[in-house]
Write a protein that binds this ligand. Structure first.
Ligand code: B4P
Length: 195
């Protein structure tokens, strides 16, 4: 199946958690910019060294670096028939770069999933993750900063996707399975299935 999808939502709303299932259903790769950065940090690559300082503070990695990385990833063979982008685009500049890349390929987006969740719930989730995984950006202070960065730089993009008729808003509160079912319903016209 061909599908070009985005999943957008505040930190901790469940983007990464839901992405694998959605991507498997459509037979497309889930591309998480956060995961690619973390893998590079782990391997100690130049990209990882550059990204780490921003990530640890809860800041966005500069657009130029992020855009280059996504362009390379989407030009790989497994993304030729579609992709689910998790955590990209997050800024106006990133939207412009993605638009240009898709236009070059003669493609366009099919849908943008917006996962909603209130601040207290996502902070609680991320603090729970901090206990399990010890991510450097999961301290309460950095989490609250990431929420502010999201509100300032990424939330405004949702209007833009709404104006384009692409936005599918999904309640991210509840069990992981319930949220997964809601997403499946929201996308059912794209693959003809119903939950
Ligand atoms: P990300 O990796 O995207 O981190 P995130 O926003 O916190 O979301 P994540 O996917 O990890 O969490 P999820 O909501 O699934 O970004 C990290 C950093 O990378 C950014 O701060 C930035 O520095 C950099 N970066 C990434 N993309 C960038 C870009 N485009 N431009 C610039 N910089 C960029 O889940 C969170 C937790 O909630 C999990 O523990 C999960 O188990 C739990 N959870 C999920 N659903 C739940 C549910 N229904 N109930 C209970 N718990 C749930």
């Amino acid at each position: 199946m061909t599908a070009r999808l985005l999943i957008v939502g505040p930190p901790g709303s469940g983007k990464g958690t839901q992405s694998t299932n959605i991507a498997a259903r459509f037979g497309i790769p889930a591309v998480s910019t956060g995961d690619i950065f973390r893998e590079n940090v782990k391997q100690g690559t130049p990209l990882g060294l550059e990204a780490k300082a921003f990530m640890d503070k809860g800041e966005y990695v500069p657009d130029e670096v992020t855009n280059r990385m996504v362009r390379d990833r989407l030009n790989q063979a497994d993304a030729a028939h579609g992709f689910l982008l998790d955590g990209y685009p997050r800024t106006v500049n990133q939207v412009e770069v993605l638009d240009a890349l898709l236009a070059e390929q003669g493609h366009s987006l099919d849908a943008v999933i917006e996962l909603t969740a209130d601040v207290d719930e996502v902070v609680a989730r991320l603090l729970a993750r901090a206990q399990e995984q010890g991510r450097a950006d999961d301290t309460e202070e950095v989490i609250r900063h990431r929420m502010n960065v999201y509100a300032e730089q990424t939330a405004p993009l949702l209007n833009l996707f709404s104006e384009r008729g692409l936005l599918r808003k999904v309640d991210g509160l509840g069990s992981i399975d319930d949220v997964g079912d809601r997403i499946a319903n929201a996308l059912s016209d794209l693959d003809g299935s119903h939950v």
